[in-house]
Design a protein around this ligand. Structure first.
Ligand code: NAD
Length: 468
């Protein structure tokens, strides 16, 4: 089990003057839909047709527009055919379910859950589950698309999916959380399967949640460890999975620094988010010689310009539930952390944290996107103009799904690999992906994000043409 606090309640609103919105309005009833997040009308999908940062429901960032914009930038560059464009920008299946839970106080409460299967031409749908008050269909749809490009980029035989429940897990008891998870599993059972769709952890879900899903699924289908990844080791989880996303992040940070001529040894690093991804990324980057000078979580941040002792900070977080008040540090707000005078900035919490308002104040030379969609298209443009390199999420955080793939393979083989074997295979996959992206970047002078999408899209487009 990860030691990270199970539940931390992030808000994607950066400014304290704009507090997090309440739980989004409920979708109308239980519904299975096949509606598309794409622009209707088929042919003629172009970058201009999306418009990057129009607010979504409740004035939040429309994450689906962000990923569509990124997709279309690469599609334009590749001159991807319109019919393939239309198919690849459209989710295959979107499921919205109602989950009634009898709460500890005896009252019946209704939650909404989502599973979006974006694209499965290269293999079974794969992607995490997020439990958060701001989860909605647009966000899940966007995260599902990112998974399609991510699995293609690291060349593993999966498609892309994502799921989530609109809930505030900090106010749920363990038994309520378990009932909610089991209820969700029952409701989405029809679209799960070892060769169909395999969930994993994401924000506010962990190995325990995966164990409940595996157990619930097994009641109907028999013992099926490969139905989820990110499980506890005692239930068929893989060595190295818990830290895989952070380890992969450090591998990409190392390669990016080498390629872009930024010495990692002694580089000042700030990390936003100190959950699974952020804490392991900080640990591995500091082991590579980076000087992590600031980290934060949902409760606030800490800073020490001489460098933070990351293992001690992880212990402090495990004991207190937060990085706040770590001895020998000064406090720093989450907003200020993003614009500290550092060499490398690693957003590892939620999406949309660097936008048109603050991208101009970023001092880092390199942004390593450990979170999904932390940089909006508008911020991307500003950073590019200011010569700040942004290494994209679909490359940086792909280590998690890569070791999830290894876990799935081990489960299917009913065999265990050593930690050394897992880590060596992870390193090889991440390096191959980095090299493929860097080749595009170097040859065509593309931004790293467009280069990464081009590599991924080429693979998915090729598989699509061969299927149809
Ligand atoms: P987590 O729940 O373990 O940790 C989230 C961290 O972010 C916590 O420390 C939380 O306190 C902090 N946080 C939340 N809101 C914040 C805010 N407003 N400001 C600063 N910190 C805030 O989640 P995770 O698994 O580490 O995921 C983090 C990001 O990485 C997400 O974007 C997720 O989609 C992405 N990701 C995760 C994995 C994985 O394997 N877990 C894989 C790929 C991508």
């Amino acid at each position: 089990m990860p030691n990270a606090p199970v539940i931390a309640l992030p808000s994607r609103k950066r400014s304290s003057s704009t507090p997090a919105t309440a739980t989004p309005a409920a979708p109308s009833g239980t519904a299975a839909t096949t509606s598309s997040g794409a622009q209707p009308g088929g042919a003629g999908l172009s970058q201009a047709s999306t418009g990057a940062e129009a607010p979504g429901r409740h004035g939040q960032i429309d994450f689906n527009r962000i990923t569509d914009t990124q997709f279309l930038a690469a599609a334009e560059h590749m001159k991807l055919e319109d019919d393939i464009r239309q198919l690849l920008i459209t989710p295959y299946r979107e499921l919205i379910v109602q989950i009634p839970v009898r709460m500890g106080d005896g009252k019946l409460r209704m939650f909404h859950g989502y599973r979006v299967q974006h694209n499965g031409v290269r293999g079974p749908y794969k992607g995490g589950l997020r439990f958060h008050p701001e989860v909605d269909l647009s966000e899940v749809r966007s995260l599902a698309a990112l998974m399609t490009w991510k699995t293609a980029l690291v060349d593993i035989p999966f498609g892309g999916a994502k799921g989530g429940i609109t809930c505030d897990p900090t106010v749920l008891s363990r038994s309520e959380l378990q009932a909610l998870t089991r209820g969700f599993t029952q409701k989405i059972d029809m679209c799960l399967g070892v060769y169909r769709d395999i969930p994993a952890p994401d924000v506010n879900t962990n190995a325990q949640v995966m164990a409940w899903i595996m157990d619930e699924y097994g009641k109907k289908h028999g013992y099926t460890p490969a139905i989820v990844t990110g499980k506890p080791l005692s239930l068929g989880g893989s060595l190295g999975r818990e830290e895989a996303t952070g380890r992969g992040t450090s591998i990409i940070a190392r390669e990016a620094c080498r390629a872009l001529g930024i010495p990692l040894k002694g580089a000042r690093v700030a990390v936003q988010g100190f959950g699974n991804v952020g804490s392991f990324a900080a640990k591995f980057i500091s082991e590579l010689g980076g000087r992590v000078v600031a980290v934060s979580d949902v409760r606030g941040g800490v800073r020490n310009d001489g460098g933070l002792d990351i293992p001690a900070l992880i212990q402090h977080r495990n004991e207190t539930g937060s990085v706040v008040d770590f001895p020998g540090t000064q406090a720093v707000s989450n907003d200020d952390l993003l614009t500290l005078p550092v060499d490398i900035l690693v957003p590892a919490a939620l999406g949309g944290v660097l936008d048109g308002d603050n991208a101009g104040d970023v001092k880092a030379k390199l942004v390593i996107e450990a979170a999904n969609s932390p940089v909006t298209p508008c911020a991307d443009e500003i950073l590019r103009e200011r010569d700040v390199a942004v290494v994209p999420d679909i490359l940086v955080n792909a280590g998690g799904v890569t070791v999830s793939y290894f876990e799935w393979v081990q489960n299917l083989q009913q065999f265990h690999w050593s930690l050394e074997e897992v880590n060596a295979k992870l390193e090889a996959r991440m390096l191959a992906a980095w090299n493929a992206v860097y080749r595009e970047y170097d040859n065509d002078g593309l931004p790293l994000r467009v280069a990464a999408y081009v590599v991924a899209l080429r693979r998915v487009a090729e598989a699509t043409r061969q299927r149809y």
